[in-house]
Design a protein around this ligand. Structure first.
Ligand SMILES: *Cc1c(COP(=O)(O)O)cnc(C)c1O
Length: 368
């Protein structure tokens, strides 16, 4: 590890294996297929490691779809809130199934999927969700995410084989999942019986500690048998949670009433999702020395959060920010021209391998 220049994201394959083994167990016990949601995590140098444990990928755009097809392989689902005319044929060429967001998109492009022999699906919006944050709530008022009106869903029946229902958001509560799935069964059961597959989307935090994995598996199996459908899950965060850190170095320490350590990274540029959802980074919390950990951009609020250390910090000290994979690496950006974190893998034997650095040429070529 010494010698690797910070900042860098460090993917720990031993930790990732823990999640992968839970996914494999869930698949085996439930019969559900698990597709990695690339919008959460698309660091493809980890795909060789993940592939044996998962069934493939799902996407939210043509580029994600292509990446899944090229780098992960196996089953590739294509979804987009709206496909453009110039995208659709290429999308179909990569996909095993294509899921349309609206009846309008199915009307427009369904025939092309059929002509190429791939199955089509439609997004079903059950009009409830577990998201407490309006920004990420697919059931919010006037939501554009999927169809909910049964007569409209039925108009699609002769053209689709399945539906995708994404309504969970970091849901750690199996009882709530069970309750909401029962609601789906009650409200849409007759419709689901006419389909071959149902994707229940992502957002189920089933790789978390203490999650009743077997209860979930049994519930999914019962659902699958009751309606005669192949179940899919699309875990994003659950696939990679707890596997990755952002490694940074202290560059300066300032006291303007509070000890502030400035590090060679930026929450705006390297962990943007936290800022959007007004969360703080997971920082060390052991010891009696308090510091605010802040980024090096000129944004006043470029603050990762408060940390505690056993010893006073010194310039040059390393800090490890945990849980830095999901919705993080996919959103990194070049704000302020701050050096973008490299990507490194910690192999299961403990050795660390640099897989990608982002030199000045990458910054320059991101604009023109
Ligand atoms: C975001 C998303 C996922 C992944 O969600 P996680 O919370 O990361 O598991 C899966 N499917 C769809 C349709 C999504 O929009």
């Amino acid at each position: 590890m010494a010698g690797l220049q910070t900042p860098y994201y460090l993917i720990d394959l031993a930790k990732l294996r823990g999640n992968m083994e839970k996914i494999a167990r869930l698949r085996e016990r439930s019969g559900a297929k698990c597709l990695l949601a690339l919008k959460c995590f698309a660091t493809w140098s980890a795909f060789d490691f993940m592939r044996p444990f998962m069934d493939g990928t799902t996407s939210s755009s043509l580029f994600e779809l292509r990446l899944g097809h090229e780098e992960f392989g196996k089953e590739t689902h294509a979804y987009s809130v709206a496909w453009a005319d110039h995208e659709i044929d290429e999308a179909i060429s990569y996909a095993d199934k294509i899921i349309f967001n609206s009846l309008g998109q199915l009307d427009r492009f369904g025939d092309r999927a059929k002509a190429k022999g791939i199955q089509a699906g439609l997004r079903l919006n059950p009009r409830f969700s577990t998201s407490g944050f309006d920004l990420a709530d697919p059931a919010r008022q006037f939501s554009r995410l999927g169809e909910w009106d049964l007569p409209r869903l039925e108009q699609a029946l002769d053209r689709i084989n399945g539906v995708m229902i994404h309504y969970n958001c970091e849901n750690r509560d199996f009882a709530l999942f069970d309750l909401q799935l029962t609601r789906i069964e009650t409200e849409f059961g007759e419709f689901l019986k006419k389909l071959d597959w149902v994707s229940l989307g992502g957002g189920i935090h089933f790789t978390g500690d203490d999650y009743p994995l077997d209860a979930l598996a049994d519930r999914l199996k019962a659902f699958s048998e009751k309606f005669g459908v192949q179940v899919f899950l699309e875990p994003g965060e659950a696939s990679i949670t707890g596997s990755t850190s952002l490694e940074v170095t202290v560059l300066d320490i300032i006291n303007n009433g509070k000890d502030v350590a400035i590090v060679d990274s930026s929450i705006e540029a390297h962990m943007l999702d936290l800022l959007i959802y007004r969360e703080t980074a997971k920082l060390p919390q052991d010891g009696t020395h308090d510091y605010q950990i802040a980024g090096k951009t000129c944004l006043a609020g470029d603050i990762f959060g408060d940390a505690r250390f056993a010893e006073r910090l010194s310039i040059g000290d390393r800090i490890s920010i945990s849980d830095a994979a999901g919705y993080t690496m996919v959103k990194k950006n070049w704000f302020n021209g701050v050096a973008m974190p490299s990507i490194a893998l910690r192999e299961e034997d403990g050795s660390v391998r640099l897989v990608r650095a982002f030199p000045y040429a990458d910054y320059k070529s991101s604009l023109s």
